[in-house]
Structures are given as C-alpha cells and as structure tokens.
Design a protein around this ligand. Structure first.
Ligand code: NAD
Length: 481
C-alpha cells in the first residue's frame, strides 16, 4: 500500500516515529494508503530546514522566485489529470469537478502569486518638502500554513503561493483526511527545483502535528483555513505568542432569491451552489430564502432539478454528486437531518444515505437533501452542516430577509438574485458577508480580498491582502533638509 511521505528539507522522508495513519477512499469506504502520523519532532525538523533556507530564499531575486513558482504551476498543468484523479479518490468528489475547478485553480494560485509579487509596490509619502516616508515590506520568516479537506490542493496552494512568493519559507500541513495531492505536489516541487527547505510539508493529525506548528516559537505567522471551533483553539494558542494570524473559517451562507430574478438562472445556479462538492464548499449557499410570490414555483423547479442530479461513483463522467469525505462526516450530516426533523422540518427530497452498487457499495453517499418548514433561527438554520443539505424558506420583504440572512454567527458569503440594480446594491450593502455574488456564484478574481466577517474569519486573503499578510511593513522617515 502506498505510503505518503513528509517533504522536509527538499527530501521525501518517513515520519521519525515511523508510524502511519490509514487514509480512506470515501467512495469505496476502504483504506487505500498510509499517512505519516507526524509529531513535534518532525515539525522541529521542518522548522529547522525552513529557518536555514530563509535567508537565501528571502533575498533571492523576485525573478528567481517567479520562475520556480511558475515551473511548479506548469507541472500541475502537465499532471492535471493525475492530480484530479488523486483528489477525487482522497476526497470523494467527482473527478470532473476536480479537473475543472480544483486543479486549474491550484495552478492559477501558483501562477497568480508568481507574477503578483513582481507588481507588489511599497508606498511612499511626502508630507512636505522636508520629510519622505517610505514603507518597505519584507518577508517575515517561517510561515505555518494549515489547510482543510474540502478543496485540498486548491486551498493548500492558496496559502503557500503568496507565502513563498513574498519570500517566506513554509511549514505546511494539509488535512489528514485528504493528504494525497499535497504529497504529489511535493514531488512536483522537487522536480521544479524548489530549493531545499523552502517548503516543508508535514502530514498528520491536527491536534498533534498541526498543534506543534501553531505552538512553535519560530513560526511567527499562521495562515489557517478550517472550522470555526479549530480556529478558536488556534487563536487561543497563537494570540498570547503575538503571532500574525489569518483565519478562514466556517460559513452558513444565505442564497436570496427575489421575485424579479432571472428565474431559470437562479434555479440552475442555486442547485450548483447548494450541492457542488457534495455541499462541502465553505461558500455553498445552505439557506435559500425565496420571495413568497415565486416560492411555490421555485421549490417545484428546484426539487425537480435536484432529483435529476446523479449521485454515485465519482469517477463516472456524468456523476454530479460523489461521496462525502468520511464516514464520521456522513454521520454528522445525517444527524443534522434528524435534528431538522425534530425541529419540525419537512424533507422534500433526500434525507438519507444512498447505497451505490458495485465498486462504491461501501461508500459514504448522501442523497441531496432539501428541507422546508423550518424557522430561520432554529439550530438547523444557524449551525454549519457542510454537506448536501439545504433549507428553503419564504420571505415577504427585503428588510425581513436581510435580518434572516444576517442572523447567524457566520458571515462568509452570500448570493442574491434580482434584476433590480438598486436593490442589488442596497441589499449587498446591508449583508454582513465577506463576499456577495449577485446573479452568479463562485466567480473568482484573484485580485480581490477574500475572507469572512464575524465568526467566519479574521483577516483577508487574496490579492495584495495575502502579500501584505505574508510581509512585515517598516516605515522609514527621512529628513531631507
Ligand atoms: P478542521 O478545522 O477540522 O481542520 C482544518 C485543518 O486544521 C486540518 O489540516 C486539521 O488537521 C488542522 N487542525 C485541526 N486541529 C488543529 C489544531 N489544534 N492545531 C492546528 N491544526 C489543527 O476543518 P475541516 O473539517 O478540515 O474543514 C472544514 C471546515 O473548513 C468547514 O468549517 C469549512 O467551512 C471551513 N472552510 C473554510 C474556508 C474559508 O475560506 N473560510 C474554506 C474551506 C473550508
């Protein structure tokens, strides 16, 4: 059985304890590879390598860093089908989705920051003829980058690309639930000639390897994407050490459909934004609010489309919904469906595990589930479920739906559908969400700041924000007279 290796100081190595964890293919419910069960000894080796590589990497020419990162992007493009298949096996998502979204976006992350760093300017201010202030921004040191399982290579590269482009060295930990593409990525880094120690990847459990990264005194900045509860723990450890922190956390995103929307586009995209990646995208709209005038029509058309989604073997071409990521996660989602029933919810479709025939008979599949008849403030509509489950609720007035939409502890993203431009602006202005899509969903412009409000996160990633996060600003004020 394949053994995933850590990537430390330019080499693929075993964990020092020589112990491994099982890696399960969720579509088959079967162990298919082994993951290093790394601990603080491995993290220490990774930090040492990263510290030693820092001086040379941070002072290398921007041109050199650009070239190496672009070479890695080229290799991702070359191996896109292998990576997409690996991501699908690790995560349960349809191969087609990985081919069209995850892997191209991973390579785009590398390419974007490889070139963004060339245009990253520092500011200069001249208050009068006597003084000039200029700001220099330099790499900070060793960055700790921790990523989740839902978009494994996409979110892994989203963090490490700006960290490396800005001249930091990195100790990264991908999710122990989906480590394979980061392992394949480490091989591409070797092939691309990334200097030893610049990127180190330590695989293993969050509470062990991850915690050791957060606690390490020589890692001054942490970029984390994952659950809000984990984020709280990380902040509690890192804040007293005065580490620079970027936290991208959970969501409970509203999808608001006004009666004046382009109905067909709204329904079609809402099906995607509810169930893409089995509903396991932090930006999925899990609460659909529909203006009462079109509520019945919307529900009918939505259910008819959801029932046509093919659920099953993620390697099959026309499958739209694959397996959820693990048995534990499947049970969590099914428990939430039970909670929804207890709270008076009416299951219009789905609500159960699906048994798929053949190779995937032991896999973790849930039928896309649509629930109505719930109040906006019940637990089902307040807590993140992170699976193929959406609720639909009617509303009468704009002010009312804004209140519903903003009622959770989260504030990651929102989608709204209306042909009324003034309303689009007005409602967007009042929604407490880090990103708002109007008449579209999941469109990405890497130059824009990305991140959540409230308990969905602290700080912003994307564009210059990420390069600012991964650098330290110093102001120099010169008296020129
Ligand atoms: P998680 O918090 O369980 O794990 C995320 C990562 O943190 C994993 O690598 C894990 O090993 C590590 N980890 C766990 N405990 C740790 C600790 N004590 N110290 C250091 N690292 C630790 O999250 P998950 O289940 O992998 O991912 C799903 C969550 O991620 C959802 O809540 C989802 O909304 C969120 N998410 C947010 C965004 C965003 O951009 N805001 C994007 C994707 C996913």
């Amino acid at each position: 059985m394949e053994k995933i290796q850590n990537y430390i100081n330019g080499k693929l190595v075993e964990p020092t304890s020589k112990t491994y964890l099982d890696n399960v293919n969720p579509a088959e419910g079967k162990v298919y590879s082994q993951i290093p069960d790394s601990d603080k000894v491995d993290v220490e080796l990774a930090v040492t390598a990263a510290r030693e590589a820092f001086s040379e990497w941070s002072s290398a020419s921007i041109h050199f860093r650009t070239e190496v990162l672009n070479r890695i992007a080229d290799l991702i493009d070359r191996d896109k089908d292998i990576l997409a298949m690996a991501e699908s096996v690790d995560n349960g998502k349809p191969v087609k989705l990985a081919q069209h979204v995850d892997i191209p976006r991973a390579s785009a992350n590398m390419r974007f920051y490889a070139t963004a760093i060339q245009h990253f300017a520092s500011e200069s201010h001249q208050p009068d003829d006597q003084f000039i202030n200029y700001t220099s921004r330099k790499a900070v040191g060793v960055a700790g980058c921790i990523s989740p399982w839902n978009l494994p290579l996409y979110l892994f590269t989203w963090k490490i690309a700006p960290a490396l482009a800005a001249g930091n060295t990195v100790v990264a930990k991908p999710s122990e639930i989906t480590p394979m593409t980061a392992f394949l990525f480490s091989k591409l880094c070797v092939e691309a000639g990334l200097p030893a120690g610049v990127l180190n990847i330590v695989h293993g459990l969050g509470g062990k390897a991850g915690q050791a990264i957060i606690e390490h005194k020589d890692i001054p900045l942490i970029s984390f994407t994952g659950g809000t509860e984990t984020g709280k723990r990380i902040a509690a450890t890192a804040a007293p050490m005065f580490k620079k922190l970027s936290l991208e956390l959970g969501g409970k995103n509203p999808n608001i459909i006004f009666a004046d929307c382009d109905f067909d586009s709204a329904v079609k995209t809402s099906v995607q934004s509810s169930f893409a990646n089995q509903g396991q995208i932090c930006l999925c709209g899990s609460r659909i609010f529909v203006e009462r005038a079109i509520y019945d029509r919307f529900v009918k058309e939505f259910i008819s489309r959801v029932d046509r989604l093919t659920v099953g073997d993620p390697s099959v071409e026309d499958v739209k919904v694959g397996a959820v990521v693990s048995e534990q996660h499947m049970n969590k989602v099914l428990n939430y469906i039970e909670l929804a029933k207890d709270e008076g919810g009416k299951i219009l479709t789905g609500g159960n595990q699906i048994k798929v025939k053949g190779r995937c008979e032991n896999g973790f599949f849930i039928k896309p589930t649509v629930i109505t008849n719930l109040s906006y403030n019940c637990r089902t509509n307040q807590e993140e479920i992170f699976g193929p489950v959406v609720t639909i609720m009617p509303f009468n007035k704009e002010e009312e739906v804004i209140e519903y939409a903003n009622s959770t502890a989260y504030g990651l993203s929102a989608t709204l559908w209306t042909e009324n431009l003034k309303r689009a602006h007005r409602v967007s202005d009042k929604l407490k969400s880090g990103i708002i899509w109007v008449n579209c969903w999941l469109v990405r412009d890497l130059r824009t700041p990305f991140g959540g409000m409230k308990q969905s996160g602290v700080g912003r990633e994307g564009g210059w924000e990420a390069l600012r996060f991964f650098t330290e600003a110093k102001n120099v004020c010169i008296n020129v007279k």
